[in-house]
Ligand binder design. Sequence first.
Ligand code: 5GP
Length: 110
Amino acid sequence: MNKYDTNNIFAKILRTEIPSDMLYEDEYAASFKDINPQAKIHALIIPKKEYQNISELLDGDKEFLSNFMKSVSKAIKKINVKNEDFQLIANNGENAGQEIFHMHFHLLID
Ligand code: 5GP
């Protein structure tokens, strides 16, 4: 894998250099609307740490991983107000359709 590129779009969103529709934010995670929604609700949930993909997240700092997943849970509860069924997807690598190399979950609710 290449080195983390600090100029990727999600890093810019975290630095508020480009705008986003923020849905949830805390110390470990941020969640905002996907610009090209594939479901009635399509949010992205990203860690506030420089990981390119979920493999790096899973192999990385275990304390951060635990805190991040707790934040993911909080984000889902906040966004999924009606407690509907949902999909939580992470594309890992170009061949799996990953386009932006800052780790992200897609939260899809139809
Ligand atoms: P990937 O294919 O990497 O798993 O997903 C990248 C996602 O980022 C896509 O669903 C795409 O629509 C979304 N996206 C791309 N550029 C932007 C942007 O500037 N703002 C937001 N909010 N989402 C973006």
